[in-house]
Design a protein around this ligand. Structure first.
Ligand SMILES: C[S@@+](CC[C@H](N)C(=O)[O-])C[C@H]1O[C@@H](n2cnc3c(N)ncnc32)[C@H](O)[C@@H]1O
Length: 312
């Protein structure tokens, strides 16, 4: 069975507890349903709408959460369309949660092509349903020129070796042909980078390229940007937006968005610094090591008006 230990979930519950009431929570990154399950168990009368663009995740979570009956509402879609996807629970949303990135389901099923550790086709589409005929990692790796590849590896992988890897890939295609699988791509990257450099890199030499391809294929940055804006629109007065990110690109958008909202007078940031997992959580869940949680709370206009009338 594929397991996903929900990262920082106790902290998510801690912040949700601060709400005056919890009607509906939108879990915009349902995955295997770890967050949704915990929230449904903890807030016994609340509902959770669980959104994911991955149909396999929706199926697994539906199975896992079937005992909650109508308290759990699964929705297949991209969180960039949050206002449309949440129409049925409009005016009841107390909080929107984002647990960004890939799920263990996506990483461990080799056919999805997300992992540099498992052999699979170069796919990496989070939404691989038949209705999505979008770009795959294969298309990018086998058809983009060196300049385009460099830009992707640099921008989304923050890879210092972006240009060297990009031109090496193009040269490989010209001399040896197509690169079809994750393992072939890893081997090509290894052949491009000198061994001493690989040793100095610290992590896996293909890690940043895989991250960059995944972010590019799924248009993750614009989705987070639009998803966050949508969440601010959807949440009721006093509502909370909770975001957990796993790398600097994600965290940067969340941090800037919250600051922008604050200076526009939408509410306040409850986490002056990002909340990080403690050593125990990191030692029992490797994925948690890079997690950062940030929380924004929308101003409760009704209460503000009341207090104004009271003091006046
Ligand atoms: C880290 S996992 C979430 C794990 C979940 N919190 C749990 O406890 O099982 C992230 C999930 O978000 C989904 N996802 C990522 N970007 C998305 C987007 N733009 N719209 C909808 N789902 C998205 C992925 O498909 C993946 O299943």
């Amino acid at each position: 069975m594929i397991e996903h230990l929900p990262v920082l979930i106790e902290k998510v519950i801690y912040y949700l507890e601060l709400l005056s009431s919890v009607d509906t929570v939108v879990d915009s990154t349902l995955g295997l349903g770890g967050y949704s399950e915990k929230i449904l168990n903890h807030f016994e009368t609340s509902r959770v709408m669980g959104i994911d663009q991955d149909l396999h995740a929706i199926d697994k979570a539906k199975e896992r959460l079937s005992a909650f009956k109508e308290r759990f509402i699964p929705v297949h879609g991209n969180f960039r369309d949050l206002p449309t996807l949440t129409q049925t629970v409009k005016d009841r949303i107390s909080a929107v949660v984002f647990d960004l990135g890939v799920s263990n389901l996506q990483l461990t099923v080799a056919e999805r092509g997300f992992s540099f550790q498992n052999e699979g086709p170069l796919d990496m589409r989070m939404d691989n349903s038949s209705s999505n005929e979008g770009l795959t990692a294969w298309d990018v790796i086998n058809t983009y020129d060196s300049r385009e590849l460099t830009k992707i590896f640099r921008e989304y992988g923050e890879d210092r070796n972006a240009s060297r890897i990009a031109s090496g890939i193009v040269k490989y295609r010209q001399t040896k042909g197509r690169i079809d699988t994750t393992t072939e791509l890893v081997a090509v990257i290894r052949s491009i980078l000198p061994a001493p450099l690989q040793r100095k890199m610290g992590g896996h030499p293909a890690r940043k390229v895989f991250q960059a391809l995944r972010i590019y294929i799924n248009q993750e940055i614009s989705a987070i940007d639009q998803g966050l804006d949508g969440s601010l629109n959807c949440c009721g007065p006093g509502g909370m937006i909770i975001a957990i990110s796993y790398h600097s690109l994600e965290d940067r958008i969340v941090k800037h968005k919250f600051k922008e909202w604050k200076s526009d007078g939408w509410g306040s940031i409850l986490t002056k610094k990002p909340v990080l997992p403690d050593d125990d959580e990191i030692s029992s869940n490797y994925k948690a090591r890079s997690a950062k949680l940030r929380v924004f709370q929308k101003k409760d206009i009704s209460q503000q008006e009341n207090s104004w009338i009271f003091y006046d």
